[in-house]
Write a protein that binds this ligand. Sequence first.
Ligand SMILES: NC(=O)c1ccc[n+]([C@@H]2O[C@H](COP(=O)([O-])OP(=O)(O)OC[C@H]3O[C@@H](n4cnc5c(N)ncnc54)[C@H](O)[C@@H]3O)[C@@H](O)[C@H]2O)c1
Length: 435
Amino acid sequence: MSNTIAPAKGKLGILTPGLGAVSTTFMAGVEAVKKGYGAPVGSLTQLGTVRLGKRTDNRTPLIKDFVPLASLNQLVFGGWDIFEDNAYESAVNANVLEADLLRKLKPNLQKIKPMKAVFDKNYVKRIDGPNVKTKGSLRDKAELLMEDMRTFKKANGCDRLVTIWCGSTEVFRRPAKVHQTLASFEKGLEKNDPDIAPSQVYAYASLMSGVPFANGAPNLTHDIPALLTLAKDRNVPVCGKDFKTGQTYMKTLLAPGLKARMLGCSGWFSTNILGNRDGEVLEDPGSFKTKEETKLSVLDQILQPNLYPDLYKDLYHAVRINYYPPRGDEKEGWDNIDIFGWLGYPMQIKIDFLCRDSILAAPLVLDLVLFLDLAQRAGMKGVQEWLSFYFKAPMTAPGLYPEHDIFIQLMKLKNTLRYMRGEELITHLGLEYYD
Ligand SMILES: NC(=O)c1ccc[n+]([C@@H]2O[C@H](COP(=O)([O-])OP(=O)(O)OC[C@H]3O[C@@H](n4cnc5c(N)ncnc54)[C@H](O)[C@@H]3O)[C@@H](O)[C@H]2O)c1
């Protein structure tokens, strides 16, 4: 596969359905890094290295020097939102970054004005806004989104685009008949089928335009046969879903450690308070159910109670999220973990993570768009499982269980980069050092 990656020439346009806390923190953060106001902490593409060859070879380039990624100076931002606030106003409203920093970035951010959204109140119940496409069928709206993409690309002189859903969490839906084939999906668009979510209209428009698509939220979007077929047919890489940031990130650090040592776990109670718009949307039981599903699945997949019934079969796992306005974006997540050791003797672990949701999510957005663009230039299409590292509910091939262990995910990601560049994969066997 080496030498087949097209160079990252020209500008890369990043389009986000949803111009809220996460997307504006990402955009403002990139501008801040470019101006030297801060460092891209949390971003593997900007700070991470990859070991090549033997441990004794001393070859550990930065990832961004090893694979041809677009540089921060090549990025241009755009998006859609149901509110008319530009990225500066939205960032001020989100109250994640300091006012002083935002003022310095104002000239760049206020240029980013949201395009009119495709929205349906049945899918996000707690909010409503004026900046929406109102006329025509879902098919017409998809066409308008495609036109938005073409216009954006031309106006900004972009060579390529990537779309990443940073919109609110939509209500929980299971795949329906309309989602099964591209033909049924397109018919559904024409008939305004109520089973088609707005996020799916964006995904469809993006894939039809040959633009890679990622989903940062847990809702059912392009993880349906119709859109996965479209991604493959059009040679477009996709990934998702639900950024793995706060509490679930902690879970995927701890749970593999417990299992590695064959320590048992009888209960894991997780509760959160947060006061941003995301928290407000998650107050709706439909949106919370979507989130709960992805948050709950992680432990089961990591601990494998079917393989280790004595250790994990009776695990009681609960996740709660409470909207608590005073905290804004500064979420607090508590975990109480009941574990047991030798002869079943019980112990407890308590975690109190005072995190900042969008500060944790912004570097993931950056890495994902850069890696998806790389994947496209490398000719990779369909589900990019090597990007599971970033997600709570990683998309996989049908019938394949997702890998949630973050260290396995990281190994997979780095091996994929080595593979892309024709470098030897690293198995960590290491017998050669002892010959
Ligand atoms: N921050 C994190 O750590 C994290 C982690 C995992 C997932 N997420 C998910 O990322 C998403 C964004 O989070 P956030 O904190 O920025 O939320 P936010 O509420 O600040 O921003 C979401 C924006 O999407 C807009 N929106 C809703 N439906 C839309 C549509 N159909 N088209 C265009 N815009 C639409 C809303 O108006 C809002 O401005 C949420 O779904 C959240 O659950 C965030």
